[in-house]
Design a protein around this ligand. Sequence first.
Ligand SMILES: CC(C)(COP(=O)(O)OP(=O)(O)OC[C@H]1O[C@@H](n2cnc3c(N)ncnc32)[C@H](O)[C@@H]1OP(=O)(O)O)[C@@H](O)C(=O)NCCC(=O)NCCS
Length: 197
Amino acid sequence: MEPGERHAVNEPGRWSLRHRADSAGEEPASVSRIGPGDWAALRDVRLAALRDSPDTFASTLERELALAEQDWRQRAESAAWFVARQDSDLAGLVAVFPVPESSPPTKWHLISMWVAPRMRGRGVAALLVDAAAGHVAAAGAQRLTLWVADGNDRAIAFYLRAGFLPTGQRQTYRRADSSEFDEEELVLELAELARGI
Ligand SMILES: CC(C)(COP(=O)(O)OP(=O)(O)OC[C@H]1O[C@@H](n2cnc3c(N)ncnc32)[C@H](O)[C@@H]1OP(=O)(O)O)[C@@H](O)C(=O)NCCC(=O)NCCS
């Protein structure tokens, strides 16, 4: 998906998960890829995520409030970012980037996954992962990995339903403020999905 392209909850892509029907009478959410020109939308949704879930992410609200336009533009270029919107409201975010361990990279990594509380349980998370995994598959990669913190049971349940599996890798992440959390790595095997396994 190129920056600016959209697809909606009712138009599942190739990596379609089980989307739930949206509430009657409301516009369905849609996901679009955003680029550096959309840096303000990236900033707004990312700051909303950090405000809502301060213990979930490796970064902090304080650190990201201090970023300048140029920093957000660079961040937008550093990965493929996808935002979910419902009507004109920003409703979710995810990013994927290639892990440079092989050339071309066969492994990508997923970060910054977030859905606005009022939109949870409504298929938006699946739509975001659909868009991200579709982008990774189109790039020819075979594996999409992520780290999820112990105790984030809702996120773990979502990822497992989406087809991610534990790799057995674990790590302790230490933030700049010295707080720590343990996390485990999950992987989505795109080659197996493509074969219908
Ligand atoms: C993680 C997140 C993106 C998932 O989106 P979502 O819309 O909540 O996901 P869904 O509702 O589709 O799926 C969540 C699943 O967890 C289940 N669940 C809900 N609360 C739960 C809990 N406390 N413990 C275990 N499972 C739970 C739901 O029933 C659902 O499972 P089901 O589809 O089998 O019924 C969203 O909750 C979020 O933004 N959380 C805060 C930020 C975050 O944790 N990001 C992930 C960082 S790795």
